[in-house]
Design a protein around this ligand. Structure first.
Ligand code: SF4
Length: 336
């Protein structure tokens, strides 16, 4: 039976003392002001004795060997297996959260020390470790320690994140991270404020800042009636193209979940999102549903089939050293 264990008392980074024993957390834009004994919005930090403690340190809700395609990352070591774990924590409150049982509610966890990760990853010949499932940046202190150990062992670090962090801590952790998938949930600040209890601008800032420093792919969960307008798809694709037109964009099918009862995303909506985005971007994929022609990677230059995918499996057919073997174009695919 799984149990929730007490973490070690690891002091959090990025906080300041305030009057009367309170503390101000400065890790993410929520900026929780916490009196003695209070826990932050993310559930991962607590004011204990006038200090901010990273109470979720080392406690994971999951410990799985996943295909890297499941993150989703399609252009980073395609076909690899990656050890995946995630905290019982999140700093947003998306009404549609597809993982709400472990991100928005208290859930059972088990402790995994950073030093255990490398051996566990090597058991299944993993490319590295993914911090994923919930909001791993709320595990900041643990991810730092784990990522150092993983990198020292010559393995890769992957973050699957909402990207909602203050610039200084984000920039500080970035050199340890090899690849990210960041959710851009909408191009509308109101959507972020009302539906996600967050803000869009810090997310866009972090996406822009990651480009050129680590591999990055974007996911957009398409919710009927909320973020499925042509205008939203076009603004999203234009934004990404402005950063890097080779950055893969994954449209993902939403299912009614948590507090959201809107119906499941129609396939036609995903096709429309794909059509609009392909005007601006080299690589657009559709996930959580099989749509022929939207799971494979083709060369943006000669249209050769580079990677064939079925479900979460990937077969690399025509990429060598990041170049299309047919026409020689640099296709910006990492690890093959
Ligand atoms: S990291 Fe957690 S405690 Fe800190 S400001 Fe963000 S939500 Fe609040």
């Amino acid at each position: 039976m799984e149990v929730t264990l007490m973490a070690k008392n690891v002091e959090a980074l990025y906080w300041e003392p305030r009057e009367g024993g309170a503390v101000q957390c400065k890790l993410c834009p929520v900026r929780c002001l916490l009196k003695e004994g209070k826990t932050g919005v993310c559930m991962a930090k607590k004011n204990i004795g006038g200090k901010l403690i990273a109470t979720a340190y080392g406690l994971t809700t999951a410990f799985n060997y996943d295909p890297i395609e499941k993150k989703p990352l399609y252009h980073f070591h395609p076909g690899a297996t990656i050890l995946s774990l995630g905290p019982n924590a999140c700093n947003m409150g998306c009404q549609f959260c597809q993982n709400f049982q472990i991100s928005q509610q208290t859930a059972p966890t088990r402790r995994v020390e950073p030093s255990e990760l490398v051996a566990a990853a090597n058991v299944r010949n993993c490319v590295g470790v993914a911090y994923t499932y919930t909001e791993p940046l709320m595990w900041y202190e643990y991810v730092l320690d784990a990522a150092y150990a993983v990198k020292r062992a010559g393995l890769k670090n992957v973050l699957v994140s909402n990207g909602y962090l203050e610039p200084e801590p984000f920039d500080h952790i970035l050199p340890l991270i090899d690849a990210l998938n960041i959710d851009i949930k909408s191009m509308d600040e109101e959507f972020y404020r009302k539906i996600c209890k967050g803000k869009l601008a810090p997310v866009l800032r972090n996406v822009e800042h990651t480009a050129g420093k680590a591999h990055i792919e974007i996911t957009n969960l398409v919710i009927p009636g909320l973020n499925d307008s042509d205008d939203n798809f076009e603004r999203l694709a234009k934004f990404i193209a402005g950063v890097d037109p080779f950055m893969p964009l994954h449209f993902s099918r939403y299912h009614p979940m948590y507090k959201m009862e809107n119906p499941m995303t129609p396939v036609d909506t995903l096709l429309r999102a794909g059509e609009i985005s392909r005007q601006y971007l080299k690589y657009v994929f559709i996930g959580n549903v099989e749509v022929p022609g939207y799971d494979d990677t083709h060369c943006p230059s000669c249209n050769a089939l580079l990677i064939r995918r079925q479900g979460f499996s990937a077969e690399v057919l025509a990429v060598e050293n990041g170049h299309c073997v047919k026409c020689g174009t640099s296709v910006k695919i990492v690890g093959v």
